[in-house]
Write a protein that binds this ligand. Structure first.
Ligand SMILES: NC(=O)c1ccc[n+]([C@@H]2O[C@H](COP(=O)([O-])OP(=O)(O)OC[C@H]3O[C@@H](n4cnc5c(N)ncnc54)[C@H](OP(=O)(O)O)[C@@H]3O)[C@@H](O)[C@H]2O)c1
Length: 336
């Protein structure tokens, strides 16, 4: 009988992340057994450690939505994958295509939330809940894709060459948005609190850089960079604190893609949307179809996710502690 080293969050605190030895269940006809090789953290994972203020999970749950690994066994009716394939789990396991469904909205089938996640050596997936990794990516790189990259792709996929995209910050979603927008042929403006991070964003292809701390009127600067017209798209990774300025930076009939919920409390003046004839569009990760579309794009353009920190499986708690400290530059990855 095969066993798996598996982390579970037994309560919403870092100390409650505990390692167990569990029996790997037998696979059903349409299921796939994956030897997980890497997992990755996101901003949202802080909420699962935040005690009474955070997200309460109903039972000890395997954390993390993001992970990649190798197919080691397939059920008799599996036709999407074969042993040896490199795969990643889809964030909402059964959101395959189309708009966000009710079950996707309530997270009941989201990895690491309603169902067990990826911080385990072996995991059984229904074949529909997996995507093939882009062939140019390692397991570590592939593990960064399910949440931040799919969200960024959902936000930027309609961007056209010669358009200008304003991207707030240099977090996980923002860096993917910058890489995708540049690869789509757009001009990018990246903001950050740190000149050092801006220099790294420039090295990753950002065209214009604004320090939002030394220049709190960054929306005016962004407008100036477009000759006063305004940017075509904003990747709004922050939320109410910055939304008004994001709208003010946007051209008539441009789009603010609202992704962020850092401090999700606040009011904005809706007349700015009307006056600027701006569309504010809510973005929530994405379907399997978007994930697969993005992977084709990543492979075709030779894009590689930016990784900031690597931790061994045995040091998973240190990876969560690093995430809790706040963002540096690049994704935090755990390798198995
Ligand atoms: N809607 C969805 O489906 C979805 C999916 C993924 C993430 N999210 C949300 O999107 C947000 C970002 O996620 P993430 O994973 O990219 O987080 P992250 O890696 O922790 O990055 C957060 C970044 O936000 C930037 N930031 C903070 N305050 C800012 C401000 N006032 N102006 C501009 N930038 C600011 C910082 O950039 P600097 O360090 O450069 O200053 C920081 O790096 C979070 O709220 C997360 O929950 C939503």
């Amino acid at each position: 009988m095969k066993t798996s080293q598996t982390y579970r969050l037994t309560a919403p605190s870092l100390e409650s992340l505990q390692l167990f030895t569990e029996t790997v269940p037998a696979i059903g006809s349409y299921e796939v057994l994956v030897r997980m090789r890497a997992a990755s953290l996101n901003y949202k994972d802080n909420f699962y450690l935040a005690g009474a203020q955070g997200i309460q999970l109903p039972r000890p749950t395997v954390p993390l939505s993001d992970g990649a690994g190798e197919v080691v066994a397939v059920g008799e009716h599996v036709n999407r994958f074969a042993v040896g394939d490199s795969v990643a789990g889809n964030f909402v396991q059964d959101w395959l295509y189309g708009p966000l469904a009710d079950h996707a909205a309530n997270s009941s089938t989201t990895l690491g939330h309603g169902i067990d996640g990826t911080l385990t050596q072996y995991r059984v997936f229904n074949q529909e809940g997996l995507v093939a990794l882009p062939r140019n990516l390692s397991y570590e790189e592939g593990a960064t894709l399910p949440c931040a990259a799919v969200t960024a792709w959902n936000a930027v996929r309609e961007v056209r060459p010669s358009q200008t995209v304003l991207i707030l910050g240099t977090g996980g979603v923002a860096l993917f948005a910058q890489q995708f927008a540049s690869a789509l042929g757009a001009r990018t403006i990246v903001t950050s609190s740190s000149d050092a991070k801006l220099a790294r964003a420039a090295a990753a292809g950002a065209d214009h850089l604004i320090n939002y701390q030394s220049d709190p009127d960054w929306h005016k600067k962004a407008r100036e960079l477009t000759g006063g017209k305004g940017v075509d798209h904003v990747i709004e990774t922050v939320g109410p604190d910055t939304l008004e300025r994001s709208i003010l930076a946007t051209r008539r009939d441009g789009t603010v893609h609202l992704v962020g919920l850092i401090n999700p409390v606040g009011k904005i003046d809706p007349m700015l949307i009307l006056g600027g004839t701006v569309t504010v569009r809510g973005v929530r990760v994405g379907s399997r179809q978007l994930f697969e579309e993005m992977n084709t794009f990543i492979e075709r353009k030779g894009i590689h996710p930016i990784i900031g920190h690597r931790f061994d499986f045995s040091d998973a708690r240190d990876a969560f502690a690093q995430q809790l400290k706040g963002p540096e530059f690049g994704k935090i990855v755990i390798t198995f």
